[in-house]
Design a protein around this ligand. Structure first.
Ligand code: ZN
Length: 133
Protein backbone atom coordinates (compact mmCIF):
# COMPACT_ATOMS: atom_id res chain seq x y z
CA UNK A 1 0.00 0.00 0.00
CA UNK A 2 1.31 3.40 -1.02
CA UNK A 3 0.27 6.31 1.18
CA UNK A 4 0.34 9.98 0.29
CA UNK A 5 0.73 13.26 2.09
CA UNK A 6 -0.45 16.50 0.54
CA UNK A 7 1.80 19.52 0.37
CA UNK A 8 0.73 23.04 -0.58
CA UNK A 9 3.55 25.34 -1.63
CA UNK A 10 3.12 29.10 -1.48
CA UNK A 11 6.15 30.35 -3.40
CA UNK A 12 8.01 29.63 -6.63
CA UNK A 13 10.80 27.96 -4.70
CA UNK A 14 10.27 26.80 -1.16
CA UNK A 15 11.50 24.12 1.22
CA UNK A 16 8.68 22.70 3.35
CA UNK A 17 9.40 20.60 6.44
CA UNK A 18 7.27 17.44 6.11
CA UNK A 19 8.89 15.45 8.92
CA UNK A 20 5.95 15.62 11.33
CA UNK A 21 3.40 14.83 8.59
CA UNK A 22 5.34 11.68 7.74
CA UNK A 23 5.69 10.79 11.42
CA UNK A 24 1.88 11.08 11.79
CA UNK A 25 1.28 8.69 8.88
CA UNK A 26 3.88 6.32 10.32
CA UNK A 27 2.02 6.34 13.64
CA UNK A 28 -1.21 5.35 11.84
CA UNK A 29 0.52 2.28 10.36
CA UNK A 30 1.54 1.01 13.80
CA UNK A 31 4.93 -0.01 12.39
CA UNK A 32 7.65 0.08 15.05
CA UNK A 33 10.68 -1.11 13.09
CA UNK A 34 11.48 -0.99 9.39
CA UNK A 35 12.01 1.55 6.67
CA UNK A 36 10.14 4.49 5.21
CA UNK A 37 10.67 5.05 1.50
CA UNK A 38 9.76 8.49 0.15
CA UNK A 39 9.08 9.41 -3.44
CA UNK A 40 8.04 12.69 -5.08
CA UNK A 41 5.85 11.97 -8.14
CA UNK A 42 6.55 15.34 -9.78
CA UNK A 43 9.09 16.59 -12.32
CA UNK A 44 9.72 20.01 -10.80
CA UNK A 45 9.91 19.16 -7.10
CA UNK A 46 12.29 17.12 -4.98
CA UNK A 47 13.06 15.87 -1.51
CA UNK A 48 16.06 16.41 0.74
CA UNK A 49 17.05 15.68 4.31
CA UNK A 50 19.01 18.47 5.89
CA UNK A 51 19.19 20.93 8.78
CA UNK A 52 15.80 21.78 10.21
CA UNK A 53 16.87 23.89 13.19
CA UNK A 54 18.22 26.94 11.35
CA UNK A 55 16.05 28.11 8.41
CA UNK A 56 19.09 29.98 7.05
CA UNK A 57 20.43 26.66 5.77
CA UNK A 58 17.36 26.07 3.59
CA UNK A 59 17.59 29.65 2.35
CA UNK A 60 21.29 29.26 1.53
CA UNK A 61 20.65 26.05 -0.42
CA UNK A 62 17.90 27.74 -2.45
CA UNK A 63 20.00 30.86 -3.04
CA UNK A 64 22.92 28.83 -4.38
CA UNK A 65 20.65 26.63 -6.53
CA UNK A 66 19.08 29.76 -8.03
CA UNK A 67 22.55 31.13 -8.75
CA UNK A 68 23.83 27.90 -10.34
CA UNK A 69 20.59 27.11 -12.18
CA UNK A 70 18.92 30.47 -12.94
CA UNK A 71 15.22 30.74 -13.77
CA UNK A 72 16.04 32.27 -17.15
CA UNK A 73 18.74 30.72 -19.28
CA UNK A 74 19.52 29.23 -22.64
CA UNK A 75 16.93 26.48 -22.21
CA UNK A 76 14.98 24.67 -24.95
CA UNK A 77 12.01 23.36 -22.93
CA UNK A 78 8.98 25.35 -24.12
CA UNK A 79 7.08 25.30 -20.83
CA UNK A 80 9.61 27.81 -19.49
CA UNK A 81 10.39 25.97 -16.27
CA UNK A 82 13.60 24.16 -17.19
CA UNK A 83 15.40 25.47 -14.12
CA UNK A 84 12.81 23.70 -11.95
CA UNK A 85 13.26 20.41 -13.84
CA UNK A 86 17.06 20.65 -13.50
CA UNK A 87 16.92 21.49 -9.78
CA UNK A 88 14.59 18.53 -9.18
CA UNK A 89 17.04 16.19 -10.91
CA UNK A 90 20.03 17.61 -9.05
CA UNK A 91 18.40 17.27 -5.61
CA UNK A 92 16.57 14.01 -6.34
CA UNK A 93 13.03 12.73 -5.89
CA UNK A 94 13.46 9.91 -3.39
CA UNK A 95 14.89 9.00 -0.02
CA UNK A 96 14.80 6.37 2.69
CA UNK A 97 14.64 6.74 6.46
CA UNK A 98 14.88 3.93 8.99
CA UNK A 99 12.12 3.41 11.55
CA UNK A 100 12.93 2.41 15.12
CA UNK A 101 10.63 2.31 18.14
CA UNK A 102 7.87 3.75 15.96
CA UNK A 103 9.89 6.87 15.11
CA UNK A 104 11.78 8.05 12.04
CA UNK A 105 15.50 7.69 12.69
CA UNK A 106 16.89 11.16 11.98
CA UNK A 107 19.88 13.05 13.35
CA UNK A 108 19.27 15.71 15.98
CA UNK A 109 19.34 18.53 13.43
CA UNK A 110 17.83 16.71 10.47
CA UNK A 111 14.40 17.31 8.94
CA UNK A 112 12.80 15.97 5.78
CA UNK A 113 12.07 18.73 3.29
CA UNK A 114 9.79 18.82 0.28
CA UNK A 115 11.57 21.07 -2.22
CA UNK A 116 9.28 23.13 -4.44
CA UNK A 117 10.94 24.53 -7.55
CA UNK A 118 7.91 25.56 -9.63
CA UNK A 119 5.26 26.73 -7.21
CA UNK A 120 2.94 27.67 -5.87
CA UNK A 121 1.16 24.34 -6.41
CA UNK A 122 -0.66 21.51 -4.73
CA UNK A 123 1.72 18.58 -4.48
CA UNK A 124 1.95 15.17 -2.90
CA UNK A 125 4.59 12.83 -1.62
CA UNK A 126 4.28 9.04 -1.87
CA UNK A 127 5.28 7.00 1.18
CA UNK A 128 5.91 3.29 1.50
CA UNK A 129 6.38 1.87 4.98
CA UNK A 130 8.00 -1.54 5.21
CA UNK A 131 8.01 -3.38 8.53
CA UNK A 132 10.87 -5.76 9.35
CA UNK A 133 9.01 -7.49 12.17
ZN1 ZN B 1 8.27 21.78 -17.78
Amino acid sequence: MVRYINVKSRARTEFIDITEKIQEVLKETGIVSGICSLFVPHTTAAITINEGADPSVQRDIQTLLNKLIPFDGDYHHREGNSSAHIKASVIGVSGNVFIDEGRLVLGTWQSIFFCEFDGPRHRRVALKFISDK
